[in-house]
Design a protein around this ligand. Structure first.
Ligand SMILES: Cc1ncc(COP(=O)(O)O)c(C=O)c1O
Length: 377
């Protein structure tokens, strides 16, 4: 089937673009000596793992669902991190993970011994408290963050059994941001590194974005490795793997105008199918739009086909007024977008329960791993 034979709406992933990213990531890994693993949370389209596997089999998982998918479809090391494990899921986490990171000392105290006994390499997430992200929603290092142990909490050193430290403070960031965070990490936690086996630099390294200084990244990693030659450096980017590898293709289904503002209504929804555009928020690029000076100056909104009043984005400019049947291509809608329209992070979906008037409860629906897996492909 050729693209022009497909019916909208559809997400489309381009193999050649994916391979380009994978080649770049592999080359950075080779030149820097860092182990670069894929963070599942940004891409769980497991049918694409056949391609990804050729370059990278190791991943990071943040839920039992992601863990199972990683085991089934990638088959390499699985580095697990979740803000909190529970009595009911820790055994499953440990049975599938090669590495596990604990978010707090209380989690370590509760489950650390089990991890050591299971032979899973255990780490602790620390918070370098160095903010380089402007958008609070994506800033794990902002004051009051629930992520990671602070330097003050470790004043008595690391508990026996911890083999690695993990920090994650970046999002769509540059190598220069990493350099800043790494300096903060070393100044706060460097004295703890002597007896460890690994350090995980987390995600957010957008090395496949145009203009990213990969030479500088390689230098930052190599310099770190020369200061701590005994440590394995792990990085777990998500977005970088699938950055600019796919689009969401839609059609205009109607055109309306109010108060002089025209809206082209699409057969997709920003709220349902591109939630980051409203959460972040950001204005997604649209292939068919043009710069204002190339249009008649009329600003358009693109509207989602949901009932949410705020389900629209704009302003866009077009060389020719959009009309029903026109194609609208929303660019770069693979990383995070496809997972956010399913079960983000593989977090188990709540049951749906009907409580009858007599107080009896009936579970109408329970969602399991197959629901998670089968909502994607
Ligand atoms: C702990 C952790 N690791 C890795 C990632 C992947 O980050 P990115 O997709 O920005 O590279 C995230 C994203 O939220 C994360 O929370």
């Amino acid at each position: 089937m050729k693209p022009n034979e497909l019916s909208t709406p559809y997400y489309i992933v381009y193999e050649d673009k994916l391979r380009r990213n994978l080649e770049l990531i592999t080359s950075v890994s080779r030149q820097s000596g860092a182990k670069i693993i894929m963070a599942f949370k940004a891409n769980a389209l497991w049918r694409t793992f056949e391609i990804i596997k050729e370059y990278c089999r190791n991943c990071t998982a943040s839920s039992v669902n992601e863990l199972r998918l990683g085991k089934e479809c990638l088959g390499g090391e699985i580095h697990t991190y979740s803000p909190a494990y529970t009595d009911s899921n820790i055994d499953e986490y440990l049975s599938l993970s090669t590495h596990i990171t604990f978010n707090s000392l209380s989690q370590w105290k509760r489950f650390g011994a089990k991890a050591v006994e299971a032979g899973v390499s255990a780490g602790l997430r620390v918070n370098p408290k160095c903010s380089v992200i402007d958008t609070d929603l994506y800033n794990p290092a902002k004051p009051g963050s629930r992520f990671g142990v602070s330097a003050e909490e470790l004043s008595e050193g690391l508990p026996q059994g911890i083999e690695g430290l993990h920090f994650h403070a970046l999002c769509e960031s540059s190598s220069y941001d990493l350099e800043k965070v790494l300096a903060a990490f070393e100044s706060k936690f460097g004295y703890l590194l002597a007896n460890l086996k690994w350090v995980n630099f987390g995600g957010g390294h957008l090395m496949t974005r145009e203009g990213y200084d990969t030479d500088h990244l390689i230098k930052v990693i190599r310099d770190f490795r020369s200061r701590y030659p005994h440590l394995e450096v792990i990085m777990e980017p998500g977005s970088a793997f699938t950055w600019q590898t796919g689009d969401l293709v839609s059609s205009v289904v109607d055109v309306v105008e109010d108060d002089g503002i025209p809206t082209a209504i699409l057969d997709v929804s920003f709220a349902c199918h591109m939630p980051d555009t409203l959460e972040m928020p950001y204005l997604p690029a649209v292939e068919e739009s043009v710069a204002e000076e190339l249009s008649n100056g009329k600003a358009w909104r693109l509207g989602g086909n949901s009932c949410l009043s705020g389900d629209f984005k704009g302003d866009y400019f077009f060389a020719k007024a959009p009309q029903a049947g026109d194609i609208i291509t929303l660019k770069d809608m693979n990383h995070y977008t496809t997972v956010k329209t399913t079960m983000f992070n593989g977090i188990p979906h709540p049951d749906i329960v009907l409580c009858r008037s007599n107080g009896e409860c009936e579970i109408l629906r329970h969602f399991d791993y197959n629901d998670y897996k089968n909502r994607m492909s």
